[in-house]
Design a protein around this ligand. Structure first.
Ligand code: MN
Length: 264
């Protein structure tokens, strides 16, 4: 009898947790996530060699991570600690290797710039991650464009306002599928270039990065706790420049398939 009461109490408690009592907590499904009145898409990136997709939590980008690019942007790379900004996850435009993606010229800008970059994708989080262990947090890599409304970025900077409108807009992050580090290893050196209409515009080596991917993860984890699903754009080399409608951008990093994007 005592046991029966106890079981009934437990059942009641479970029902209350599940939100069966009006006016109590939000209804909760079995895995404790609140039920929502509509769905919001989980942004994902295809994973090479897998049916699974990589779920994206945050997009971090490092600024001025190649000395020559820092100089062309008007800053002194030798005295500047790394800094980061974010793009919204739905800025991602997935581009399949072997195809050319149509990329709409965005609103509000008259000076739309390419920045070709290595992108690291994390499947482990943490705080204050030491450099020596940072690469254990990397699931894989891809090649991406950090597309930038340069005129708006500069104008906001001049007014000491946030850059956001220049960097964090729809489809500002075209990228390829993620290649697991387990199969292709880590990227510390290798050619990185970008052609526009077949002409080389950016041409550098990953070893010229001021802060390596491991150092970026370590530094970033001092500012924010990192989580699985975070991706990091690792910065662009010098010679960024504009594209207009009709231009074809082809990006390359040694060891990854090229990225092909046409501005329309
Ligand atoms: Mn960038």
């Amino acid at each position: 009898m005592k046991d029966m009461n106890r079981r009934k109490l437990l059942q009641t408690a479970t029902a209350m947790t599940a939100g069966a009592v009006a006016g109590c907590a939000l209804p909760v499904v079995a895995d404790n996530r609140p039920r929502t009145p509509f769905e919001v898409a989980q942004i994902t990136i295809p994973i090479v060699g897998s049916d699974l997709a990589f779920p994206v939590r945050r997009i971090y980008c490092i600024g001025r991570n190649y000395a020559a690019h820092a100089r062309e942007m008007g800053s002194d790379p030798t005295r500047e600690p790394p800094f980061f900004f974010q793009k919204p996850t739905d800025a991602i435009q997935n581009v399949a290797p072997g195809t050319t993606a149509d990329h709409p010229y965005p609103s509000l800008t008259k000076n739309y710039h390419y920045e070709i970059e290595l992108v690291a994708a994390l499947n482990k989080g943490g705080r204050d991650i030491p450099v020596a262990r940072a690469l254990e947090h990397v699931f894989g890599y891809t090649i991406g464009l950090d597309m930038t409304r340069r005129d708006l970025q500069r104008a906001m900077g001049d007014q000491k306002k946030p850059w956001e409108i220049g960097k964090s807009f729809d489809r500002s992050a075209p990228l390829g599928p993620i290649h697991p580090a387990a199969s292709i290893g880590h990227f510390t050196k290798g050619s990185i270039w970008l052609k526009v209409n077949g002409q080389i515009k950016q041409n550098a080596n990953l070893e010229q990065m001021i802060w390596s991917v491991a150092e970026q993860i370590s530094k970033l984890s001092e500012a924010n706790e990192l989580f699985p699903g975070d991706i990091i754009y690792s910065g662009t080399p010098e010679n960024v420049g504009p594209v207009v409608k009709g231009d074809l951008m082809e990006g390359h990093i040694d060891g990854l398939p090229n990225l092909s994007v046409k501005v329309v």
